[in-house]
Design a protein. Sequence first.
Length: 403
Amino acid sequence: MVLFSTYFLMDTEEIKAYAQKNISFMKNAQNLEATEIGDGNLNYVFRVKDLDSKKSVIVKQAGHSARISEDIKLSTDRIRIETRALQLSYERTPHLVPKIYLFDEVMSCCAMEDLGEFTIMRAALMKQQIFPNFAEHISTYMAENLLPTSDVVMEHKEKKNLVGSFINPELCEISEDLVFTEPYFNQNNRNEILIENAQFVQEQLYDNEQLKLEVAKLKYLFLTKTQSLLHGDLHTGSIFVTEKETKVIDPEFAFYGPIGYDIGNVIANLTFAWINGLFTNSIEFTQWIEDTIQKTVDLFQLKFKDVWKREARELFATNSEDFMNHYLQDIINDTAGMAGLEINRRIVGLAKVIDITGLKNDERVKAEKLCILIANRLIIERNQFKTGNDFVRILQEYKEDFK
Ligand code: SR1
Ligand code: MG
């Protein structure tokens, strides 16, 4: 009998035994089925289903290296971070994240609610599906979860303790390398660039000293700005959707960083869907994306101010509307810059997105150039961004040239 008292990487048979032992509603199950359904880069994800009661659970286990590469060695502490981050989000926004059932430090796994009827948003966007409530949901998720973990709301010593418990050096290092450094230096020789765009990338990224100065400033924000507890990897592969609901998953990259990093990731990944829609002539879809980008930024700002007015405790924050506006404007500027960085890294770095790689080669060549042009403007002009419309305008400016 397997005791699960020392760590090992579980297979589907062992996962069934694990669920039977540890999940209360599976204790007497005789007819369990387990499938490995993970498609991420790092972990193993199993769905365990009781074929009699029809109840199911998701068990996520971390290995000692990344799933995509044995060379990327990672602490299994990422599962503790993910579990805790989901639990904190569940306290504030239970309708927007899955419920955690258990965390097992020995086996480096957690068990959570099965979101069986949901689809990964990136896959749905590739089919040009529209989610009318997405901006409403994601802006609530961000406003309700980001500001309350900042110094604006939290007692400063408590906040520092929380910063400490979310120190996530290895996963941050992945982002520091893949998002902030390799796209501009290729120092690890891991960038993957279409031959047709090699010269363009050389000029626009590697040799672009004006851009690299701005990227350096943003990298140092990521390294040092312990503003709020972030999701840390809020792309459309970390979001589950149905027509009516949205659930944010996978906060294993959670750490204390600049709020604009999360919002920027959302905007960047919506931009990839927009570009896919542009090249596949999906007019209704691209219009919905434009509308969603605008609403996400504008609704975030409205909801952020509501949370601030309701929950701010720090004295300057409760006494000065000017300070609130300054703080929010700074977030929007970071958002633009971070969106640009996420776009560039998904084009030249090793972790790409199907929205762009799934295009026909000649379209992909053009789409990648378009991405880099948009990204560089987001980075360089970030301090001019104020409203959702500013993010949409930049897309519209390129629309005609690239159709
Ligand atoms: C080695 S992990 C590559 C990427 O996958 C994750 O989802 C993060 O975005 C990371 O940068
Ligand atoms: Mg992930």
